[in-house]
Write a protein that binds this ligand. Structure first.
Ligand code: ZN
Length: 197
């Protein structure tokens, strides 16, 4: 019915989080109607981002420079590392301006169900960063989901051989809660009330 290009557009849009086939069609149509003011600038922005943005080899954050702007910022405390699941969680922490240390992005959580083990996550690099020295505290800010908790305990175990204390965000993070959905105040409270893991 539709041309191959339109079908391909709808199919790709349908793979975005939160978009089913129906909303993908709506978005595709909207883009086609707003070709000059939206579709072309969006296509250019996507191409630019795909070309320029890469993961930071130190922390796993996404940026156009490597090391990323956070790792390279001398005002940020290199002795504190906040471990998050994804870059979206890092963004949530940064939005709340809660934390002035550095991050480590795991790229997911351990998950037996999805076959994700330690080797699939950015854990080796975290252990290296600790070994390089100068780290005073690791703050594990994985989500309060089952997989997030499992991952936090695994990290605590892996880091137990080092002298670096490992803490975990406390109150305010509801069970099953994801960082990105918390309001900034709740996230700030959870951060301040972190406890030993
Ligand atoms: Zn970085």
């Amino acid at each position: 019915m539709n041309g191959a290009e339109i079908e391909r557009l709808i199919q790709l849009l349908g793979r975005l989080p939160g978009l089913g086939p129906r909303s993908a069609r709506r978005v595709a149509l909207h883009l086609l109607k707003k070709r000059e003011v939206l579709m072309q600038p969006l296509a250019a922005a996507l191409a630019d981002a795909a070309r320029a943005i890469k993961p930071c080899t130190s922390c796993g954050n996404l940026d156009t420079v490597d090391p990323c702007a956070i790792c390279a910022d001398p005002r940020r405390d290199p002795g504190l590392i906040c471990v998050v699941e994804d870059v979206g969680d890092l963004w949530a922490m940064e939005r709340g301006r809660i934390f002035s240390g550095r991050y480590h992005v795991l790229g997911g959580t351990l998950s037996a169900l999805d076959g994700i083990g330690p080797d699939e996550l950015n854990i080796g690099r975290l252990l290296e960063r600790v070994k390089e020295g100068g780290v005073r505290e690791i703050i594990v800010a994985t989500n309060a989901t089952v997989d997030g908790q499992t991952t936090a305990h695994y990290l605590a175990e892996r880091l137990s051989g080092t002298a670096v204390p490992v803490t975990r965000l406390a109150h305010g993070v509801p069970v099953g809660g994801e960082l990105d959905w918390l309001d900034d105040g709740t996230l700030a409270t959870a951060f301040k009330a972190r406890r030993a893991l």
